[in-house]
Structure formats: C-alpha cells, structure tokens
Design a protein around this ligand. Structure first.
Ligand code: PLP
Length: 391
C-alpha cells in the first residue's frame, strides 16, 4: 500500500522536534550536530532568535495580502538586494524551482521583445540542478530526473562541465542564455574556476547571450561572499536565489538587470504567495545579518579553519576520503566508499551531512556555526570514518 506521504524520498529514520543553532534535537532527545542545515537553507541556524522575532512580530500583524497590493517588506527586501548586488530589479518566489522558471521565461522574453523570437536556446551543463519542475528538469537534463516525464520542454543544449570548446561551438545567434551554477551543489560541490566564469562572461558579451547564474545553493553568503560570482569579479544578467535567503522560511527570488528584465511587463508573470509579508519580514532580517561585511569575513575565517581540519581528516582516512573541495562553507568530501555509507556512519555519531552527486558528502553548516561546533563535526566525521576504514 502506498504510504500516505508520497514516497519520493529515501528518508533517514530520524525525526526532529527542536533546533538550537547548529543542533537538532530528535524526538527521543538525542542531539545531532547539523552540518546539512536543511540543504543550505538554515543559513543562520535553527531557531535563530533574531529570525524568530522577525517572524513572530510579523505573524501577529499580517501574513498575506497577495501581490494585488503594495507590500512594504517586499519593497524593502528588493531595495536591500538591489543595493547589495548587480541587480536593478527583483521578483520574489517561494522556491528555487520557481526562480528557475522565471529566469528561463525572462531570457526568452528578452529576445522575443528584441525582435529575435527564435533566439530561444538555453545552454546548461551536466551535473546541474535547477529544481524539479518540467522546465527545471528539462534545463538540467539528466536521465535520473527526466526519465518517464517526457516530453521535455524544448530548447536546452546540455554541455559537459568544463567543455570550453563545446561551449564556444554551442553559442550561436540562437542562444538566448547560458544557465550555470557558480558552484554546483547537487552535482557534488563543483566550483567553476574564477577564470572559467570570467571567460563565460566574455563569451556571453561577445555573442549577446544572457548569463543566468543559479545561486540558489551557493548564494547568500555560503561561499564567503554575498554571492559566489563576486569571487570572479563578474556580474550576471539574471540570478536565481532561494534556500539561504529565507533562513528556513520558503522564499526565493530572481534578480536581474533592467535590460534583461525589460520584457517582464505587467501581466507577464505572477505568484500568489511570492514575496508575501511573512516571507519578506524574515528575508529582510536574513539579508541584514548576512550582507554585513563583518559577518561574511567571519564566514571566511571559519571556512579556512574547517577546510584545514578537513584536509587533515582526508589525509588520515585515505581509504574513505579522496579529497576536500568547495568554497567557503559549501564543502564536499569526495568519498572512496559509497557516500551514503558515510552519511549513515555520521548518523551513528549523531552528525548530519548531505549526500551529493559524484559520490560526495556535503557539509553546508549554518554560516554562524560556532568554531567549537565545526571542530566537533570534524571529530565526529573522524569517528565515523574510522568505523568504515578497512584497515
Ligand atoms: C535546491 C536548488 C534548486 C531548487 O530549489 P527548490 O527550492 O528546491 O525548488 C535550484 N537550483 C539549485 C542550485 C539548488 O541547489
């Protein structure tokens, strides 16, 4: 008999009833150290007092009005995001998937309005993840996500990660946009080298294609800059944001330049919930905390220390781990044993990590995790690895 919850997830036999910072307390009282943070969502930890206050204050006044009316908190969050980034304008969504949908629509509408109605092709990359809607799985293109769900949305060209020649050949006067994650998340924490992102920006400029960055996982301070593309010193035309921006409240956004967004006039897009007062009250507080340069420099300091300890961990368990990779507090440990075994061995040490593609386990801790908790996570990973070591 089918479970009453549609069984699309292989869930761990764990349930939590409370959270405190980087800790989750299970229904039996056991404390788990959370290095997954709801897949890079709880960027400021669980039950963060500043976010709880922002949420409850708003909850007592007004939850939802629809976008038929002005929403002051949405306006304030859009202003904060445009002030801090390349963007001139923002549309709010409830998820990363919805941000992907708008990013695709926006790029195509731009070319349609520019008199190039057949300039619809969008270039994407192997290992990508942009969400689970038909548009987003068509964009990513992997058989694992698309098989059985056809027909797919047409107009995507899928290239190998790092295929520079293929990219040059694929960029034609039919290319509307290139869509890429500056650091692939689900694909196994694969950072795009800065020079590649700069080269991609140049190629887009030469051919006119729009550059869409999916910063749903790597954005909002995760890599030690507010957005990951800042490391390369370039800016996109369109950017997708979600996950960390809501700190656990469902919130996403598409940020764009005035030019890229020029086709999105009244009536061309919408969302009942997107950017509602409750979500934006939380998003504003998250943005206020994370966009602070002092906060981001702490993320970088913590990340450097953690990285060093993890290099040591890999060196002491060469039969379990192959390498550490990633950027900031978006870290992948490539495993030599099945990554799901490492995640399970972590559970036994009351440590939560997240599996990713390419046989990686992901560490995506809250960005404000205390140093002692990060050190404790390495200790627990060390114990977990010891239980898997063949030697
Ligand atoms: C999680 C994720 C998405 C999809 O976001 P949802 O909120 O699950 O719809 C899209 N892109 C990237 C890079 C992601 O990590």
């Amino acid at each position: 008999m089918i479970p009453s919850v549609l069984p699309t997830y292989a869930r761990a036999p764990l349930a939590f009833e409370r959270g405190e910072g980087s800790w989750l307390i299970a229904t039996d009282g056991t404390r788990y150290l959370d290095m997954g943070a709801g897949i890079a969502v709880n960027a400021l930890g669980h039950a963060n007092p500043a976010l709880v206050a922002a949420l409850t204050e708003q909850a007592g006044r007004l939850w939802h009005t629809s976008n038929l009316y002005q929403i002051p908190a949405q306006q304030a969050l859009a202003d904060a995001l445009t002030d801090a980034t390349f963007a001139d304008t923002v549309f709010f969504t409830n998820s990363g998937t919805e941000a992907a949908e708008l990013a695709i629509k926006m790029a195509r509408k731009y070319w349609y309005d520019a008199g190039n109605a057949d300039r619809t092709e969008i270039i994407t990359f192997e290992g990508a993840f942009h969400g689970r809607s038909t548009g987003a799985i068509s964009a990513a293109g992997s058989e694992k996500m698309t098989k059985g769900f056809g027909p797919m949305l047409p107009g995507f060209t899928h290239l190998e990660w790092g295929d520079h020649d293929g990219l040059r050949a694929a960029l034609t006067n039919r290319t509307a946009a290139v869509l890429i994650e500056p650091v692939q998340g689900e694909g196994g924490i694969r950072p795009l080298p800065d020079q590649c992102l700069r080269g991609l920006r140049d190629l887009c400029d030469q051919t006119g294609a729009l550059l869409i960055l999916d910063e749903v996982q790597c954005g909002m301070g995760r890599t030690g800059r507010l957005f990951a593309h800042e490391w390369a010193g370039i800016t996109p035309d369109i950017m997708m944001v979600a996950k960390g921006i809501g700190g656990g409240f469902p919130l996403g956004a598409v940020l764009a330049t005035e030019r890229a967004a020029s086709g999105m006039t009244t009536g061309t897009h919408g969302s009942t919930y997107g950017g509602n007062p409750l979500a934006c009250a939380v998003g504003l507080k998250v943005m206020e905390i994370i966009a602070d340069p002092a906060f981001l420099s702490e993320v970088n300091r913590k990340a450097a220390r953690l990285r060093q300890s993890l290099e040591g961990l890999v060196a002491s368990h060469p039969d379990v781990f192959e390498e550490v990779r990633g950027l900031g507090l978006m870290i992948g440990l490539k495993c030599r044993v099945p990554n799901t075994d490492v995640v399970k061995a972590g559970y036994a040490q009351h440590l939560l990590t997240v599996p990713g593609g390419d046989n990686v386990i992901r560490l995506l801790p809250p960005l404000n995790t205390p140093d002692a908790d990060l050190a404790e996570a390495v200790t627990r990973l060390d114990r977990a690895a010891a239980t898997l070591s063949s030697s």
